[in-house]
Write a protein that binds this ligand. Structure first.
Ligand code: SF4
Length: 508
């Protein structure tokens, strides 16, 4: 007899799963990240992993998002052929209703990041719909669902290679990973899709990321097949690149390599790579007609007992009296604690500001960047008595093309974001004797604890992309590019690549 699944059971299960993954890392991810922290020998990378772990625990305790980017929802749905639906909506409509319900939950409202009409008006859909849904009909009378919330920073680093059959898969991946930079917030997981066609390989890579992290167990018992052997080889070769946490140089760049494969054309070897970041989020449930799925909260004892206290050696900087001379005295890798007022802005605000400045028009009343620092961020809306929701940095390279105008015409003296800057932006920073500071991507709730005041200064219609003024107290950042143009994202991985080549290290 067919199983009957009710419409609201699916909707509520999707909504519950999305809320769950917004604040709970899975136990396998916590264990792998904790091990990476224990093994890490690079002080900068170790500090970044510590922030990620402390942030993770705070989110689990506070039921607030792990990252300000609460992701694009991706769903893998396996529907048993004997399932009957008590529903008036289609499967996709039910899933999207679950997304809507989750992202607008008043006690933990998640950031709506999805824009429609992507090539042109890019209007925010306001409820994070639609999800990207992959459905498969399978034997049986149940529905198996994997729900993921994928950050834009890591999704943007996806790569597809249509290799020749005789090419080396491992060499290709090791060529690609350094070019991905740190915008995908390592350490994380690489999903690899091998075979099929171009689009099949990409879907395989994404679906591979739905598997749990288990590489330490594979290493301990030895690989059982060629795919497991390949996973270990890729893991070791990628970690030997020395990219490290947040691209700062270190022992762990990837926590695991997950692979799915599929038969392919004799002339082809498609290889897809999709990274999952420090905010790796996916949940799995099945529906058998007995009601909505129940997800068990992880035990808080799974998190290592770590705290994050600002470093005593860090330089304390008062943003309200900051001068160009002070900015020029900062050195790469120096830890800084920022206090005082800074402005925020990301893609849409930068475009508007630069369009106004380039056409000789004034900026909106009250918006003045002279001698100010900008933080690249699009925060989650606050709930309860929060000043701001989770507010971690966004990928700085997206602002590279605006940097010359922001430094020369707007009067900015320093920037805060995540990951590296492109070569051109580093040149602009050197030319204007400015500096770029990095905060840890994937530590958004922890960062938000340093924000004591927030007000919208310009472009309120842009929502999370508006320009805010934040008042911060001891916000931890690291000098990533100094006024001479030296970048820790160049020097750190180079140093650690050489060190790893010279020392025997275990990274999983
Ligand atoms: S951890 Fe980094 S890549 Fe992942 S969602 Fe957050 S900002 Fe984006």
């Amino acid at each position: 007899m067919a199983t009957h699944i009710k419409q609201d059971d699916l909707i509520q299960s999707v909504a519950d799963a999305l809320q769950y993954i917004s604040y709970y890392h899975s136990p396998d991810f916590i264990a792998a990240m904790a091990r990476a922290w224990e093994l890490e020998q690079s002080p900068a990378a170790k500090d970044a992993i510590r922030q990620i772990l402390v942030n993770s625990r705070l989110c689990a305790e506070g039921h607030r998002p792990i990252c300000q980017d609460t992701g694009i929802v991706t769903v893998f749905c396996k529907v048993g052929m004997d399932v009957r639906w008590d529903a008036t909506l289609t499967l996709d409509e039910m899933i999207n209703e679950g997304v809507r319900r989750a992202y607008n939950l008043p006690e933990n409202r998640l950031r709506a990041s999805i824009v429609s009409d992507p090539a042109f008006t890019r209007r925010n859909t306001k409820d994070n719909t639609p999800a990207v849904i992959h459905t498969e009909l399978v034997p049986g009378d149940q529905v198996e669902i994997a729900v993921a919330a994928k950050g834009g920073g890591s999704e943007n680093k996806a790569k597809l290679g249509m290799l020749n059959p005789s090419d080396s898969i491992v060499d290709f991946i090791c060529e690609v990973v350094p070019k991905m930079g740190a915008g995908w917030c390592p350490p994380g997981v690489l999903g690899i899709g091998i075979g099929g066609t171009a689009e099949k390989a990409m879907v395989l890579a994404k679906e591979a990321l739905m598997q749990p992290i288990d590489i330490a167990a594979v290493r301990a018992r030895g690989p059982r097949d060629a795919i497991e052997k390949l996973r270990l080889e890729i893991l070791d070769r990628v970690n030997a690149l020395g990219v490290g946490a947040q691209g700062l140089g270190g022992l762990t760049t990837v926590l695991d390599i997950k692979i799915l494969d599929y038969p392919t054309h004799a002339a082809s070897l498609p290889i897809a790579i999709i990274p999952n970041c420090a905010a790796t989020r996916h949940a799995h449930f099945h529906l058998d007609g007995s009601g909505p799925a129940k997800l068990t909260p992880p035990d808080l004892a799974l998190w290592p007992k770590l705290d994050y206290e600002p470093s005593a050696e860090a330089l304390r900087v008062d943003l309200d009296t900051l001068t160009r001379a002070q900015v020029q005295s900062w050195r790469p890798g120096q830890r800084i604690l920022l206090s005082g007022k800074m402005l925020t802005g990301r893609d849409a605000a930068h475009k508007r500001i630069c369009d106004l400045l380039e056409s000789g028009k004034p900026l909106p009343d009250g918006l003045d960047f002279h001698n100010r620092v900008i933080y690249y961020v699009g925060p989650v809306d606050p709930v309860g008595n929060e000043v701001v929701g989770p507010a971690g940095p966004t990928t700085a390279t997206r602002m590279d093309k605006f940097t010359e105008t922001m430094l020369s015409k707007a009067g900015l003296i320093a920037m805060v974001g995540k990951a590296e800057r492109g070569a051109e932006a580093v040149g602009v920073i050197r030319k204007h004797q400015s500096a770029y500071l990095m905060a840890v991507g994937g530590a958004a709730y922890l960062v938000s604890k340093a924000i004591r005041g927030s007000r919208v200064v310009a472009f309120p219609e842009l929502g999370m992309e508006a320009v805010y003024e934040f008042e911060v107290k001891d916000m931890p950042v690291t000098v990533a590019v100094d006024a001479r143009g030296e970048s820790v994202h160049e020097t750190g991985p180079r140093l650690w690549r050489a060190k790893i080549a010279g020392i025997p290290v275990a990274t999983a």
